[in-house]
Design a protein around this ligand. Structure first.
Ligand SMILES: [Zn+2]
Length: 359
């Protein structure tokens, strides 16, 4: 076989391989295999010295021609491939400015928050301002100052969640914190915080989260909301409390709402009352929602106990006050016909997205 045939074969192989190459890496590899230091063409040129002198010029020309063709072919293919790459990249990075944007999900208020906001607005019209206290309280504010001493039987009403004494959990023996830190069981400690912080006349509303160690079921959660109101002033009476609550009930449930007061008991009010409205479900006839009584209790209230007034820095001979507390969770359940309080803390958007009106 002659060198000239070998050169023709190299030329044909190079053409085919260049045409088949799909990326610049392959083309570079091909150039190396043919023209590199130990490439096929390079090896073949080394043999030129061994051919007879009269054949050498023609073969030399042919070899240079093949080399030039391969080099040009490599350059051309590389250029073509890089254009392909660029076009591909451009295509993948192109943005259609006229395409509609992706919708951004917009949140909305939780149904309990919507209800609390409505209550705040209603009470605002009656001159109440919001006063907030901490969710992690002390035994003193949560119980002692509210006329619930350690041995008071009313303490059984509050199944308290204690904050652990530092280190006691790690030691495998959790103990209540020595400084009496607890999760507040009601918003009533805010009454004391308000009395100690403000001068009379006081008209505050304390909305907030509370915690109790409850056997959780459809109507009891270990986490729930309360909304508490406190008025402290001279010459404030139970008649003022009754008149205001009746007005509040009309504002919330309409002018025709029926109301009644029943005796109640709280250690921090005296006298204490429960405030009922005619059942919103049956209109007073009796149904499962009102336990066949025709009435629904919407809040508890009473005149601030003289001991609590004194603890708050007010002389009961000069000042009186009244307080009331309601359960926004229950009220939201009533408003929307929700049967299970646990849904409120389920973080399930199939549930919460049904209440987008609070947006
Ligand atoms: Zn009813």
């Amino acid at each position: 076989m002659s060198l000239s045939d070998d050169l023709d074969r190299i030329r044909a192989d190079a053409r085919a391989a260049l045409a088949a190459a799909t990326d610049s890496g392959q083309v570079e590899g091909l150039r190396h295999d043919l023209l590199g230091r130990s490439g096929r063409l390079t090896a073949l040129l080394r043999q030129l010295g061994e051919v007879p002198a009269d054949e050498r010029p023609a073969l030399g020309r042919l070899a240079n021609e093949v080399r030039a063709e391969i080099e040009a072919g490599v350059r051309e293919r590389q250029a073509a491939l890089s254009v392909d790459d660029l076009e591909e990249r451009l295509a993948s990075e192109t943005i259609d400015m006229s395409a509609p944007g992706r919708p951004v999900p917009i949140g909305h208020l939780h149904p309990v928050q919507t209800l609390m906001r409505d209550l705040r607005e209603t009470f605002h019209a009656f001159g109440f301002e919001v006063f907030e206290g901490p969710e992690i309280e002390t035994d003193e504010y949560n119980f002692e100052l509210l006329n619930i001493p350690a041995d008071h039987p009313a303490r059984d009403l509050w199944d308290t969640l204690f904050v652990a004494e530092p280190g006691s959990v790690e030691a495998g023996e959790p103990k209540p914190a020595r400084d009496g830190t607890i999760l507040r069981t009601h918003t009533s400690p805010v009454q004391l915080r308000a009395m100690l912080a403000l001068d009379a006349p006081i008209r505050v509303l304390a909305p907030g989260r509370c915690f109790r160690y409850e056997a959780v079921d459809a109507s009891h959660g270990s986490e729930f909301f309360q909304l508490e109101g406190l008025v402290v002033d001279r010459d404030t009476s139970l008649a003022d409390l009754k008149g205001m609550l009746e007005e509040i009930a009309r504002a919330l449930y309409g002018r025709d709402v029926r109301t009644r007061f029943r005796p109640g008991y709280y250690p921090f009010t005296e006298p204490s009352v429960a405030f009922d409205i005619g059942c919103l479900v049956c209109g007073g006839v009796g149904c499962p929602a009102c336990k066949r009584s025709g009435w629904m209790t919407i809040l508890g209230a009473g005149m601030v106990h003289p001991t609590v007034l004194r603890n708050g820095g007010f002389d009961p001979a000069e000042y009186q006050g009244y307080a009331f507390g309601m359960g926004p969770d229950r009220m939201a359940m009533l408003r929307h016909g929700i049967g299970d309080i646990r849904l409120f803390f389920s973080a399930d958007t199939r549930f919460s997205s049904q209440f987008a009106e609070g947006r």
